[in-house]
Design a protein around this ligand. Structure first.
Ligand code: BGC
Length: 469
C-alpha cells in the first residue's frame, strides 16, 4: 500500500495543550488560563495548562520527536495572547515572535513543512471580556491578528489554518458552556458564535488573498472536526434523514457557506426556524447572512481540512418537549454500535474516515483534502507498548489508502493527533493522545516514544504500509 509520491505525513499539537509558560515573557492570559485558574472541577482534578509539556522552553525536545518520526509536516498553533497579550496589535510581544520564529526556522532547516493554526480555542482573555465570539467586534480583531501573523511569519509559513474546530468551539464554549468562558447559552450562543467565526475566517482569507498571496504564495483554510454517522436502521427513512441532519449540523454548517455558496444548509435553516417558531421566538435563532456577506464568505478556503476521530450510529429523536439546545435542534440520538471498542468517546471505526472523505469529495467538488487531526486516546496511566492503539492507526492507513486508490480522494496530507500527550481540555492529563509519552510528574517532562511512534516512523519511511490491499 504505497501512498502517492510526496504524500505528507504529519503530527499536530495546539499551543495551550503543550506550551505551558502561561505568563512567561509577557504573555497575556487566554480564556483557558482564566478558566483553569478558577477551578470548580470543570477540568479533571482542576488541572491546568500552566506548564503542560513545557514546550515553551522545551521546543528542542519536541523537534527531536519530530525528527525521530521523520515527519514531513508539523502542525502547531500560535498562542494569540503570547503574540498580542491583549489581543490587539496595540502591544506586540517580541518574545512571542521570537519563540515561533525559532520553531518555524528549525522546522524548515530540518525539511519539515509547518502547518500553522492561528487560533486553537485560546482566545485572549481581554477579547473575551469584550464579548468574545458572541460579539461582532471579534471579526475585525481576528482579522487584524491574522494579518499580523501573515506579515510576521508568512515569508516562511505557506500553509495556514485560521480557526481550529469552529464547530466544537461554538458548541462547547458558547452553547453548552463546558469550555471557557463557561456560561451556557443553550440554543442561541452557539449559532451566534458560529456566525462570527465564519465571518472572521472569511475576512482573514480575503486579507491573505488581497494583501499577501501574490508575494507569499501560500494557502489558507479552516479545520473542521467531523465524525461520521450511519443510520441506525439503514432501511428507515427517518434514520437516513437523521444521518443527513447530523452531518449538516456538524460539518456542512461551516463547510457549505465557505466552500459552496456563502449560506447555511437548507435543512439547518428550516430545522432551527421551525424549532424557534414552536418555542415562541419571533424569528429563527439562527442568524442570517446578508447577500453581501454571502458573497464575502463563498469560496474562502484553498483546501479542505478535516479532523476525524470516530463514528456513531444515529436515529431520529423528536424534540417533543421543545427543549432549547443546539443538539435538540438536530432531532437526533447518537450512539455507538455495541460491538465497537472504545476508550472514552473514541470508538474504533476506521472505515468511518473513508466514508467521510467520500462524502467530502461528492459534496465539495473533489477538493484537495488535508486530514489535520486523527488519533486515539489512552487512559492514564498507560504503558509504552500501545500495540492495541497502533491497530487503530494501521487500520486507518488502510482506509486512507483505499480512499486514495479506489475512491480517488485527493488526499495530500495526514496529521496524527498528537505529537505529545498533552492537556486534553476538560479531561486534563487523564487522556493521552500522544505518539510520545510525557511524564507530567517530572519537571523535565521527558518525551518517550510509544510503540505507535515507532510504527508510524516506519510508515513514513516507507511512504505507506508494507502490505497489500
Ligand atoms: C481537538 C483536540 C483534542 C482532540 C482529542 C480535537 O477535536 O481539536 O484539541 O485534543 O480533539 O479530543
Amino acid at each position: 500500500m504505497a501512498f502517492p509520491a510526496g504524500f505528507g505525513w504529519g503530527a499536530a499539537t495546539a499551543a495551550y495543550q503543550v506550551e505551558g509558560g502561561w505568563n512567561a515573557d509577557g504573555k497575556g492570559p487566554s480564556v483557558w488560563d482564566t478558566f483553569t485558574h478558577q477551578g470548580g472541577e470543570r477540568v479533571f482534578k482542576n488541572q491546568t495548562g500552566d506548564v503542560a509539556c513545557g514546550s515553551y522552553t522545551l521546543w528542542e525536545e519536541d523537534l527531536k520527536c519530530i525528527k525521530q518520526l521523520g515527519l514531513t509536516h508539523y502542525r502547531f498553533s500560535l498562542s494569540w495572547s503570547r503574540l498580542l497579550p491583549d489581543g490587539t496589535t496595540g502591544f506586540i510581544n517580541q518574545k512571542g515572535i521570537d519563540y515561533y520564529n525559532k520553531i518555524i526556522d528549525d522546522l524548515l532547516a530540518n525539511g519539515v513543512i509547518p502547518i500553522v493554526t492561528l487560533y486553537y480555542f485560546d482566545l485572549p482573555q481581554a477579547l473575551e471580556d469584550q464579548g468574545g465570539w458572541l460579539s461582532e467586534a471579534i471579526i475585525e480583531s481576528f482579522n487584524k491578528y491574522a494579518q499580523f501573523c501573515f506579515s510576521t511569519f508568512g515569508d516562511r509559513v505557506k500553509q495556514w489554518i485560521t480557526i481550529n474546530d469552529p464547530n466544537v468551539l461554538a458548541l462547547l464554549a458558547y452553547d453548552v458552556g463546558v469550555f471557557p468562558p463557561g456560561v451556557p447559552h443553550f440554543g442561541t450562543g452557539g449559532y451566534q458564535a458560529a456566525h462570527n467565526l465564519i465571518k472572521a475566517h472569511a475576512r482573514s482569507w480575503h486579507s491573505y488573498d488581497s494583501l499577501f498571496r501574490k508575494e507569499q504564495k501560500g494557502m489558507v483554510s479552516i479545520a473542521f472536526f467531523s465524525g461520521w454517522v450511519e443510520p441506525a436502521d439503514p432501511n428507515s427513512v427517518a434514520d437516513q434523514e437523521a444521518a443527513k441532519r447530523a452531518i449538516a449540523f456538524q460539518l456542512d454548517f461551516f463547510a457549505k457557506p465557505i466552500f459552496i455558496d456563502g449560506d447555511y444548509p437548507e435543512v439547518v435553516k428550516s430545522q432551527v426556524a421551525s424549532m424557534s417558531k414552536k418555542q415562541g421566538y419571533p424569528s429563527s435563532r439562527l442568524p442570517e447572512f446578508t447577500e453581501e456577506e454571502k458573497r464575502m464568505i463563498k469560496g474562502t478556503a484553498d483546501f479542505f481540512a478535516v479532523q476525524y476521530y470516530t463514528t456513531r450510529l444515529v436515529k431520529y429523536q423528536e424534540n417533543k418537549k421543545g427543549e432549547l439546545s443546539f443538539l435538540q435542534d438536530v432531532e437526533i440520538e447518537l450512539f455507538p454500535d455495541p460491538s465497537w471498542k472504545n476508550i472514552d468517546w473514541v470508538y474504533v471505526v476506521p472505515w468511518g474516515i473513508r466514508k467521510l472523505l467520500k462524502y467530502i469529495v461528492d459534496t465539495y467538488n473533489n477538493p484537495v483534502i488535508y486530514i489535520t487531526e486523527n488519533g486515539f486516546p489512552q487512559s492514564d496511566p498507560t504503558t509504552l507498548d500501545d500495540a492495541q492503539r497502533w491497530e487503530y492507526f494501521r487500520q486507518t492507513f488502510q482506509e486512507l489508502f483505499k480512499a486514495i486508490e479506489v475512491d480517488k480522494v485527493n488526499l495530500k496530507v495526514y496529521c496524527a493527533w498528537a505529537l505529545l500527550d498533552s492537556f486534553e481540555w476538560n479531561q486534563g492529563y487523564s487522556s493521552r493522545f500522544g505518539l510520545f509519552h510525557v511524564d507530567f510528574e517530572d519537571p523535565d517532562r521527558p518525551r518517550v516514544p510509544y510503540t505507535s511512534a515507532k510504527e508510524y516512523a516506519k510508515i513514513i519511511c516507507n511512504n505507506g504500509l508494507k502490505e497489500n490491499l
